[in-house]
Design a protein around this ligand. Structure first.
Ligand SMILES: NC(=O)c1ccc[n+]([C@@H]2O[C@H](COP(=O)([O-])OP(=O)(O)OC[C@H]3O[C@@H](n4cnc5c(N)ncnc54)[C@H](OP(=O)(O)O)[C@@H]3O)[C@@H](O)[C@H]2O)c1
Length: 330
């Protein structure tokens, strides 16, 4: 089979560059067009991709994406995806959206958190490949999960599905992210001199990823993200209660049953995971400890890998019938 032609909008962004790097080494795909924004300089170089990708960055063009690519990846601000994804779908493109614009299915939640997003029918498939494989296999439009929700959901969903977390148990997610999670455009909050040597909570009861986690978990959660002085990586410490008498082995069995044959979830049991072991990979590592009806789960991943570009390529692999690991595990 000839290579699937990939188009990337937002290829000069953090997620887009990572995707371009991965796609350039994919055995069954070829990035044929990579774009900056409309005003972007067409001659722009990506120094990190020298020797890995021989193409050149173009200014954004919807026509060119539709005409040249079999699969279009959007690494754009959510407002741009909200406008461009429906236009691409209407012209027959298969779309993998890294933004949050189309992740929320409930109309009221979507209007609150993504007010520029229109309704699309059928709605996007939520691209958590470990849980949504059958829907992904036929998908023409995929909303790739957010970085924080990916770690939280991969850790919590097996326990909730197995009935180990009682309905009345509070779920607290204490999350820490490196600064690339905020994209390449610096702000006062993400400026080096603000972040270096500090840790700060933000978005408490006001972060759109809480709505996404709650949608996919079917539970209310208390989600508190923090910005930490790292360039990339997310670590989440998750606290909840389990049914009395639940052992660490039973937690492990629920996680192992959920992720048997799933190449990108690594279970570390009581050796709690660390960001440096998942940085620059598509892995999500999950560890856990249990004591007297309380469980602490620690989940970590690379926000630009399993939290963005790697996950998008994993969805592409499932949607096009390739080995899920293609381009992601050498
Ligand atoms: N960063 C993460 O860890 C992460 C994780 C998961 C999901 N996401 C989501 O993925 C998306 C991209 O994030 P990012 O961090 O890669 O962003 P970013 O670093 O800010 O890059 C944004 C990209 O979009 C382009 N762009 C901006 N406005 C555009 C428009 N109107 N039309 C066409 N292109 C436009 C930019 O081009 P120029 O270079 O010309 O400005 C740039 O290539 C966001 O929706 C984000 O929420 C990010």
């Amino acid at each position: 089979m000839s290579s699937v032609r990939i188009g990337i909008a937002g290829a000069t962004g953090y997620g887009g560059q990572e995707l371009l790097r991965l796609a350039a080494a994919h055995p069954q795909a070829e990035p044929v067009v990579a774009m900056a924004s409309a005003g972007g300089d067409g001659s722009r170089e990506l120094p990190g991709l020298r020797g890995l990708w021989g193409g050149s960055i173009e200014a954004f063009s919807l026509d060119r994406l539709v005409e040249t690519a079999d699969a279009v990846f959007l690494g754009l601000p959510d407002t741009a995806s909200a406008e461009l994804a429906p236009a691409l779908l209407a012209r027959g493109a298969r779309v993998f959206d890294l933004s949050g614009a189309f992740r929320l299915r409930d109309g009221a939640a979507r209007r609150r958190w993504y007010p520029k997003t229109p309704d699309v029918e059928p709605p996007a498939v939520y691209g958590l490949a470990e849980w949504n494989r059958p829907a992904l296999a036929a998908a023409r439009f995929v909303a790739c999960p957010g970085c924080y929700p990916t770690a939280a959901l991969l850790a919590l969903k097996p326990l909730v599905a197995a009935g180990l977390v009682p309905p009345e148990a509070d779920v607290h997610i204490d999350a820490k992210s490196g600064v690339s999670g905020a994209g390449k455009k610096p702000s006062e909050r993400t400026h080096f001199s603000e972040v270096h040597g500090s840790v700060a909570a933000y978005g408490v009861f006001a972060h759109r990823h809480a709505a996404e986690i709650e949608q996919e978990l079917g539970r209310t959660v208390t989600f508190v993200p923090h910005l930490v002085p790292l360039d990339r990586g997310i670590l989440e410490t998750i606290y909840t209660r389990v049914r009395p008498g639940t052992t660490a082995d039973e937690i492990g069995q629920a996680l192992e049953a959920a992720y048997a044959g799933r190449p990108f979830v690594r279970l570390t049991a009581d050796r709690l995971p660390e960001i440096k072991h998942v940085a620059h990979t598509n892995f999500c590592d999950i560890g856990w400890r249990v004591d007297a009806g309380r469980v602490v789960l620690v989940a970590c991943l690379d926000n630009l890998g399993k939290g963005a570009a790697g996950q998008a390529l994993q969805c592409f692999n499932v949607a096009f019938g390739f080995d899920e690991r293609a381009g992601l595990i050498p």
